[in-house]
Design a protein around this ligand. Structure first.
Ligand code: EPU
Length: 342
């Protein structure tokens, strides 16, 4: 295993921000993961697991520890019956390549999660979701190295406690596990309507009436390419805020004031309000705040155009949060994780 020192996190995060990591170690097997954690523990050095860096914000001070660069590969069909297929994927595989492979196999289940940057191992961490699917719908189990117990183990879907943009990996157990592989259950049957509104709109506009996972992949990729800036050209971390989840009383109150407010019904009589809409209504869409551009095609995305450092991002974020609060009395929350000293 190679261990590099003094590596700029700016080059490993799509927001292109952040100071140096003291050490960085690319790992390609679960055994290397275990040995890295053991050595780090002996030397009292914290570990942070990085995949594609597309959902992580690094700070100017960098990270005084070791960044584990997950490169564990693998794509294996575990079982295949008439209706479903179990597929085990190494955590370091590129997520979109995994989607492409399963779509090529004629399978459905993750096709709407096309064109999401990052690795397969990162998918359960924030329970990636888009266009009517989330990884929680197809995830069966997650293989991990448990740094508390110093052993490899398998967590079932229930144990991971996935909900909207949440799992134990970014919640109660943050920092404890390194995901080494995930197992997904996909289907031979073609996807069926009803589809997410934006997807159906695309089908209608393009006179598409036959639905296959390949067609959905194509549609989602086209929609995303149009609405989301390419991180390679314009540094960003996808949705910078989570959508807001509010109680019924607040929903009723806001709906009266803002009858056009879009929303999605959630369990337990809660409502999800698109934060892109809230930020847009608060007047920030297209604005440049402290070097951070609020994307003109989707106010949920912040682009690092000319921020001088993390303080600029923090100031832009604070102004947007305050602006939305002043108008709607909703406190919106950041979506990407922060690479901070544990
Ligand atoms: N909207 C506006 N103005 C904006 C942005 C959005 O009015 O500037 C409105 C849209 O018109 C629409 C609503 O807000 O009525 C929702 O917008 P959209 O369908 O684009 O989805 P979203 O809620 O903004 C979420 C996910 C995306 C995912 C899409 C599609 C989160 C935080 N984001 O965005 O995920 O691709 O749905 O399912 O849940 C990501 O997490 O990085 C991500 C891109």
């Amino acid at each position: 295993m190679d261990i590099h020192s003094d590596i700029s996190l700016k080059n490993y995060t799509t927001m292109r921000m952040g100071g140096p990591a003291r050490f960085m170690a690319p790992v390609s097997t679960p055994e290397e993961v275990a040995s890295l954690y053991r050595n780090a523990k002996q030397q009292n050095v914290p570990v942070f697991v990085l995949g594609g860096g597309s959902n992580v914000i690094a700070r100017d001070e960098g990270f005084n520890g070791v960044v584990l660069f997950n490169r564990i590969k693998g794509f294996e069909v575990l079982s295949d019956d008439k209706s479903s297929v179990l597929i085990r994927v190494g955590a370091g595989e590129i997520w979109d390549e995994v989607v492409a492979r399963t779509v090529d196999m004629g399978l459905s289940g993750i096709e709407a999660l096309s064109a999401i940057p990052g690795t397969a191992g990162a998918a359960p961490v924030q329970n990636i979701g888009a266009y009517g699917q989330e990884v929680a719908d197809t995830l069966v189990s997650v293989e991990v190295y448990d740094s508390h117990q110093d052993k490899m183990t398998t967590l079932t879907l229930e144990m991971c406690q996935l909900s909207y943009r949440y799992s134990i990996f970014r919640g109660d157990e943050a920092g404890r596990y390194c995901i080494t592989a995930i197992t997904l259950k996909l289907y031979h049957a073609a996807p069926k309507p009803p589809f997410y509104a934006a997807l159906q709109q695309y089908f209608d506009n393009n006179h598409i009436t036959i639905y296959t996972s390949a067609i959905i992949r194509e549609a989602v990729t086209a929609i995303r390419t149009d609405k989301l800036p390419d991180p390679a050209q314009r540094p960003n971390a996808g949705s910078f805020f989570k959508n807001a989840i509010i109680e019924k009383w607040q929903y009723d109150d806001l709906k009266e004031q803002f009858p056009d407010m879009p929303s999605y019904d959630m369990p337990e009589e809660k409502f999800k309000i698109p934060t892109g809409w809230l930020i847009d209504q608060a007047g920030f869409r297209g604005q440049l705040l402290h070097g951070m551009r609020v994307h003109d095609k989707n106010a949920l995305v912040l682009i690092n155009e000319s921020a001088l450092g993390y303080a600029d991002l923090a100031q832009a974020r604070a102004e947007i949060i305050q602006g939305v609060y002043d108008m709607f009395h909703i406190t919106i929350e950041q979506e990407p994780l922060e690479l901070v000293q544990g």
